[in-house]
Ligand binder design. Structure first.
Ligand code: GAR
Length: 208
């Protein structure tokens, strides 16, 4: 059984999808043991508490510089014995220490079809604003391992949804969350926990 630690910053609907997936057996090879938030007011923390999951808060602004924040987050995740770290709407940039400590053991969900609308500055609603501005007909979400280059690590799963003529960033975001994010994140976590993901040449090979 893998020990899963989830990093959050906001509403935590992806965290909720993971909690539900554990309850209904979609995630069966791992257990969410802690939720770490960059924001003390994140509703995601309440979701964790309601489900008796341990919580912690770590804020970048409480550290003098980025390096000490990076080291503190690494120590925290190690002390929680994380086998897998999941970034579920975590909005703080990660540093070299934590990324190298959890190489191929840290999964992010990004709300677009990477390599479109990703990289620094593309997060939350901004991603959907950019997709609508470009006029793409399909968008979606991607799960991937985290590497030092933002949103550029090995892709695990992707699924698409159609963009509608009257979409707003909010309606597109909602459709992608409901139809893609809340499904592929739990599935990717179970693939990892059951040992079915191998990484070679910055690509994943998934066994059935
Ligand atoms: C989700 O759409 C997630 O994909 C996105 O933030 C939202 C968090 O929602 N993440 C990023 O943009 C990361 N670059 P949630 O707190 O309800 O899960």
């Amino acid at each position: 059984m893998k020990n899963i630690v989830v990093l959050v910053s906001g509403g935590g609907t992806n965290l909720q999808a993971l909690i539900d997936a554990e309850k209904n057996g979609i995630i069966k090879s791992g257990k969410i043991t802690a939720v770490v938030s960059s924001n003390p007011n994140a509703y995601a923390l309440e979701r964790a508490e309601k489900n008796n999951i341990a919580t912690a808060v770590i804020r970048r602004k409480d550290y003098e510089d980025f390096k000490s924040y990076d080291l503190a987050l690494t120590d925290l995740l190690k002390s929680l014995n994380a086998d897998l770290v999941v970034l579920a709407g975590f909005m703080t940039i990660l540093g070299h220490e934590v990324i190298s400590a959890f190489e191929n053991k840290m999964i992010n969900i990004h709300p677009a079809l990477i390599p479109s609308f990703c990289g620094e500055g593309f997060y939350g609603l901004r991603v959907h604003e950019a997709a609508l501005e470009k006029g793409v007909k399909l968008s979606g979400a991607t799960t991937h391992f985290v590497t030092e280059e933002c949103d550029a690590g090995p892709i695990i799963m992707q699924r698409a949804v159609e963009v509608k003529n009257d979409d707003t960033p909010e309606t597109l975001q909602r459709r992608i969350m409901e139809n893609v994010e809340w499904k592929i994140l739990p599935l990717s976590v179970e693939l990892f926990c059951s040992g079915k993901i191998r990484v070679k040449d910055n690509k994943t090979i998934i066994s059935d």
